[in-house]
Design a protein around this ligand. Sequence first.
Ligand SMILES: O=C(CO)[C@@H](O)[C@H](O)COP(=O)(O)O
Ligand SMILES: [Co+2]
Length: 232
Amino acid sequence: MRKPSAKISPSILSADFADLGKDAVRMWDYGAEWLHVDCMDGHFVPNLTIGPPVVASLRKRTKAFLDCHMMVSDPAFWVEEYGKIGVDGFCFHLESVAQVPPSQEDFGKLKSLCEMIKDNGMRAGVAIKPGTPAESVEPLVDFGMVEMVLCMTVEPGFGGQSFKPEVMPKVKYLREKYPELDIQVDGGIGPKTIDIAAEAGANVIVAGSAVFLAEDPKLVVTQLRKSVESYA
Ligand SMILES: O=C(CO)[C@@H](O)[C@H](O)COP(=O)(O)O
Ligand SMILES: [Co+2]
């Protein structure tokens, strides 16, 4: 069975924040069907980025699938507002809601959070840090609570870090177990690292600095897609 289609999601964390609208539009023009929006609250991670007003302005500018990566301590607090804005994907961190591995009580919380995300018109995704095992998210996939697992390939918080190849066995394991699952990788992905991630089975590709700092960002978007498609 082929893995799901490639989705390229440039991370606007590396864009020019004084010109976000323009950068969002040009990513769509370069062929990126998703736009990755890193929402950080300064608590879950030691960095502060953007929230609802900016995400709402982005929504007005782009037709891309708005892929919000919620690096926040209380994701449930934000669900309704992001739903109203018209965000497409709401991906919360497992570690922000549950112990690792999650307890029985945590599964109750996770289930209601995922239901809330869907009731507010968004796709639910779960993100895990490099050190969090794949097994911790299996029940969320098995019970249809999430449609995407994001395997972080750097510690969340900042763009421009180095890709962690040690995360790849986790991606491989999830791909073998779930051939139709959207598996996203995020952190340090670019032309030099994409083949490792694509071969492991990732199909949703986030790239920030590799796209925005490139001389030819369109070429990078095309290279990322080609690599994912060649390992389909
Ligand atoms: O979520 C994050 C960082 O926490 C990412 O989305 C980064 O913004 C990706 O940037 P690069 O590593 O591709 O520069
Ligand atoms: Co991200």
